[in-house]
Design a protein around this ligand. Structure first.
Ligand code: PLP
Length: 452
């Protein structure tokens, strides 16, 4: 029998069943396992902090999303948003489930090709595509989504130069009731820029207009916004039909669906308040099927959903480094997970669960990361049971953006593992070593010698 650990006594006002200002505590159990693997064993084997991705949950999410849309609309295609998480293993799970690739840079474009995605199934978005990248995309028959007139003109001359038709769409920004409105990407609908760009494309011999694209923002809490966006794209497609007799082959509504995370400042948990994939699917597909588009002309509906499909598939395990008391009397716990690897803690209150049994005595705590930097705060205020040095925590809903937007700042980035359908663990990105950085650095000879 192991000796019970000592926990200092606390005096607490009894408020049975009453929420405190952080809401009711809903978690009474530790998270000791992820996909049948003990958290403690994972830490022992692969170190802490450790990113853990569940292959099963990725497949579950993409299949639920496909079902939500294909049950309601005949032609649906998902494209995996590389920038949300471009680990090769993650991308390949999505490709195995039938997703195309949606990329926003030359680096991501090449990654998709290397992952084995045929050029014609790569959607090339983003405001910066070099001439060489555009040429490559034309030659590979990729779908090029034009962001601005300068890109449109480059594309016209590059396509003419290689005597090949470029397959294009334009990105459209529009007012769908979400403010501040994202108007920095693409051509505006309301002021006629989008219609002007479409006419320029229709009258050019080297551009083939394939579709219309928009991505209205991210973590959009209102499915109705998608309905408005869809109706504006439909309006443009009907105008193209009546003026040129041209039928576009797809409408691409981008991403932006919420994940199950809780936004900072929100009182209720995200799982309880955020729309489901079915809510979005309903808003978009009803607008399409109830429109005046003739059934034989209905476009393929492309979706580039990122965070909604990957956030809740991944976990970040961390360890407690120390506890201390601030001058205010508040408890501070320092963990080995900092904002350098958990970038999304700037806008989410992640679910954070101890990985070993705990008592029901909790205390308002500030969670600091390990960086020597004042902004390294994982959580200003969280109701946690007492944790000791060496205890582990599991941070949930971290699959989106953290593994691409992370920073190498004073620490090396940790291992990432994926747990497969048989619950076997695979390293999918090795922890960095000092060699990772020495490889890229060069020192001029005269700096190599010094005496102190
Ligand atoms: C980032 C991005 C996405 C994915 O966005 P989510 O909010 O993660 O769903 C899709 N399309 C484009 C063009 C993007 O830039």
């Amino acid at each position: 029998m192991t000796k019970l650990s000592y926990e200092r006594p606390v005096i607490k006002k009894v408020e049975t069943g009453m929420p405190n200002k952080f809401g009711l505590r809903t978690e009474y159990l530790p998270m000791t396992e992820i996909e049948n693997n003990k958290v403690k064993d994972l830490v022992k084997e692969y170190g802490s902090p450790l990113f853990v991705i569940s292959e099963r949950l990725i497949r579950k999410n993409i299949n639920e999303a496909k079902r939500a849309f294909t049950d309601r609309y005949p032609k649906v295609q998902f494209a995996w948003s590389y920038k949300t998480n471009y680990l090769d293993s993650v991308c390949k799970v999505f490709h195995q489930e039938g997703s195309w690739a949606e990329v926003v840079s030359g680096f991501e474009y090449d990654k998709a090709l290397k992952n084995g995605v045929p050029g014609k199934y790569i959607i090339f978005n983003g405001p910066h595509k070099t001439d060489e990248e555009l040429l490559k995309a034309i030659n590979n028959d990729s779908l090029i989504h034009i962001d601005h007139l300068d890109e449109l003109y480059s594309l016209m001359s590059i396509a003419k130069g290689c005597n090949k038709k470029a397959k294009v769409a334009i990105r459209i920004n529009l007012d769908c009731g979400i403010y501040p409105m994202w108007d920095r990407f693409g051509f505006n609908y309301e002021n006629g820029q989008a219609w002007d760009a479409l006419n320029k494309i229709m009258l050019n011999d080297y551009l083939e207009l394939m579709g219309l694209h928009c991505h209205i923002g991210t973590f959009i809490l209102s499915p109705m916004a998608y309905s408005v966006a869809t109706s504006k794209l439909i309006d443009l497609s009907l105008n193209l039909q009546s003026k040129y007799g041209h039928t576009i082959s797809y409408i691409d509504l981008g991403g932006g669906f919420t994940s199950k995370n809780t936004l900072k400042g929100s009182f209720l948990q995200g799982v309880d308040t955020n729309p489901t994939i079915n809510d979005y699917a309903d808003a978009i597909t009803s607008t399409l099927i109830n429109s005046n588009i003739k059934p034989e002309n209905l476009p393929t509906l492309i979706l580039e959903s990122g965070r909604a499909l990957i956030d809740d598939t991944s976990f970040l395990i961390g360890s407690v480094i120390a506890n201390k008391r601030l001058t205010s009397g508040k408890r501070a716990t320092i963990i080995d997970v900092g904002v350098n690897i958990l970038f999304t803690s700037f806008w989410y209150d992640h679910k954070i669960t101890p990985a070993q049994p705990f008592s029901h005595f909790t205390e308002d705590t500030v969670l600091y990361g390990p960086l020597c930097m004042n902004i390294d705060v994982i959580r200003e205020s969280i109701n946690l049971p007492l944790l000791n040095k060496g205890d582990n925590l599991v941070i949930s809903n971290i699959g989106a953006y953290n593994m691409t937007q992370w920073m190498q700042f004073i620490n090396l980035r940790p291992n990432i593992v994926m747990i497969d359908l048989q619950n076997n663990v695979h390293i999918v990105r090795k922890r960095e070593t000092s060699e990772t950085f020495e490889r890229s650095e060069q020192t001029p000879e005269h700096l190599n010698k010094f005496e102190l």
